[in-house]
Design a protein around this ligand. Structure first.
Ligand code: BEZ
Ligand code: FE
Length: 286
């Protein structure tokens, strides 16, 4: 039936889903059409605005390749990534909180020995990260894997920067028999997400800055436990309250403490001064 009323258009679009066999797909598409139509009605979208939206999404897709994922950036900067993360990783405050994966993770980082450095060029201020990986009942987990990555002292990940060695500032570490880890990294700095594409244009149009507070990324995994995707943030960072991707959580903010002892630095295979961070990761049983 081709009734001309606006409500009938929505009803027709929903009726087109009648024969969808997959119940989950049917639920998602029903909700998507319902909310998209409600949005168009709510703002009384003009044809020019509709076309601007189409062009924006087209440019977003055209910006994507194997080094740049503009759609994830769009999801991140609209708070969608953090919402999906929150719905899928409810920790009830017992396990370590999760946060966004971000677009800069790379699989295949080398497994490094206890206490090794992830810096391949020796730049940046060294930071010694120590702690344990525990289960929610407090039992230390031996052989847990910590996959770590961070941007360099200029706020660039190695795949963004031709001047960094391949896989710089990435590594995989295993906890010892008492669940302990030790990683030599660098003190992270706050940095701008890539803002030379449509997402950057959107941020400027909205009067938003493109910065993330300084952080180090981790994926922590162990048999019998849910993998944890998270960061540790640097206490005192000016962008903690206004992270452009809404990824900051108070429980993940840690103090970086300066240590000026040359003797202790030598024990870690680095030069003083250096920063120290201590944090225990707590994983949920699967
Ligand atoms: C990151 O922390 O690497 C990141 C997360 C979301 C968007 C851009 C970068
Ligand atoms: Fe990051």
């Amino acid at each position: 039936m081709h009734d001309e009323s606006e409500a009938q258009i929505t009803a027709n679009a929903l009726r087109s889903l009648e024969n969808v066999q997959n119940p989950r797909l049917k639920r998602i598409m029903t909700s998507l059409i319902t909310h998209l139509h409600a949005f168009v009605r709510d703002v009384e979208l003009t044809e020019a605005e509709w076309f601007q939206g189409i062009q924006f999404l087209t440019r977003t897709g055209q910006m994507c390749d194997d080094r740049r994922q503009e759609f994830i950036l769009l999801s991140d900067t609209l708070g969608v990534s953090m919402l999906v993360d929150a719905i899928n990783h409810r920790t009830n405050g017992v396990a370590t909180a999760s946060t966004v994966l971000g677009p800069f993770y790379r699989e295949g980082a080398a497994e490094l020995p206890y206490g090794a450095s992830i810096s391949k060029d020796g730049r940046g201020e060294p930071a010694v990260l120590t702690g344990r990986v525990l289960s929610t009942d407090g039992t230390p987990i031996a052989g847990a894997v910590l996959d770590v990555w961070e941007a360099n002292e200029q706020g660039l990940y190695e795949q963004q920067d031709p001047n960094q060695p391949e896989m710089n500032l990435r590594g995989r570490f295993r906890t010892d028999e008492e669940g302990r880890y030790k990683i030599v990294a660098i003190k992270p700095v706050s940095y701008s997400i890539p803002d030379d594409g449509p997402v950057g244009q959107m941020l400027r149009a909205l009067g938003r800055h493109p910065y993330r507070p300084a952080h180090i990324h981790f994926i922590v995994s162990a048999p019998g436990h849910r993998s944890l995707v998270t960061h540790l943030f640097v206490e005192g960072d000016p962008y903690l309250e206004s992270d452009v991707v809404f990824g900051t959580k108070e429980s993940l903010v840690v103090p970086f403490v300066l240590n000026e002892s040359a003797e202790e630095a030598a024990q870690h295979g680095i030069k003083a001064p250096f920063w120290t961070v201590h944090y225990d990761f707590v994983l949920m049983p699967a």
